[in-house]
Design a protein around this ligand. Structure first.
Ligand code: URA
Length: 228
């Protein structure tokens, strides 16, 4: 099942708010009935019409990848192996990248609006990392990171973050921005250094524990809907 507003904005040139307007004006029918609610769930084989014309959804792809060490999140790279070798990569992009030396959850799609909700700073989609540090970190230092820190070369401090010490050198950190090398720079700003970094989750979506490094799988409809 799929939400009608998302189906419309995927399958037509309408944005989500234009799709809502079209729905409210009674321009959309599903299996012969006018439907006005964006949250209406449609079946895979539903016949959707907009202004009397059939709306056929392109088949979007949504994947989760367990990124291993030493590969880049790019479609092509002349120096390093790329994170994913897909049979049909046309139109696919990474919804947020990880550095070469960072492991964990990466999302890949050909649905630009969906990816935008994950990567756009204005959407504040959280990302949770496990960071192993070179030196022990104190609660008071972690508190500085929670409150926000001015990173070298930047004008605004980072947004408040959640951070928990799992042991002296292991921290679980949740941030809602995606500044360049943000996690490494946050710890560098408090005179520490990240020696390994792993992304556990994006928003409410956790990396599938059954997915070995280097493997990927399609997202379920419920997982896709976490970002709708
Ligand atoms: N922060 C980093 O420093 N690197 C990443 O890849 C992601 C977040």
């Amino acid at each position: 099942m799929l939400r009608l507003d998302r189906y419309l904005s995927n399958a037509t040139a309408l944005t989500r708010s234009q799709a809502h307007k079209a729905l409210r004006s009674g321009r959309v029918s599903v299996d012969g009935k006018i439907i006005k609610q964006g949250a209406f769930q449609i079946a895979q084989d539903a016949k959707v019409f907009l202004d009397g014309q059939p709306v056929v959804a392109p088949c979007s792809r949504y994947l989760m990848l367990h990124k291993p060490l030493g590969v880049v999140c790019a479609a092509e790279d002349t120096t390093h192996r790329t994170a994913i070798d897909l049979p049909n990569p046309q139109g696919l992009h990474f919804a947020g990248r990880l550095d070469l030396d960072v492991t964990g959850l990466v999302l890949i799609s050909d649905d630009g609006q969906w990816s935008h909700r994950i990567t756009s700073p204005s959407k504040q989609c959280s990302k949770t990392y496990l960071a192993t540090l070179a030196s022990a970190i104190s609660e008071s230092t972690l508190e500085r990171i929670r409150k926000g820190i001015l990173l070298r070369g930047e004008r605004c401090p980072t947004a408040p973050a959640q951070a928990g010490r799992l042991d002296d050198t292991l921290v679980r950190l949740t941030i809602t921005e995606g500044r360049y090398h943000q996690v490494k720079r946050l710890f560098a700003a408090v005179d520490n250094r990240v020696i390994s970094l792993h992304r556990e989750s994006i928003g409410e979506l956790r990396l599938d524990a059954d997915l070995a490094p280097g493997c990927y799988r399609a997202l379920s409809v419920d997982e896709i809907d976490l970002f709708n």
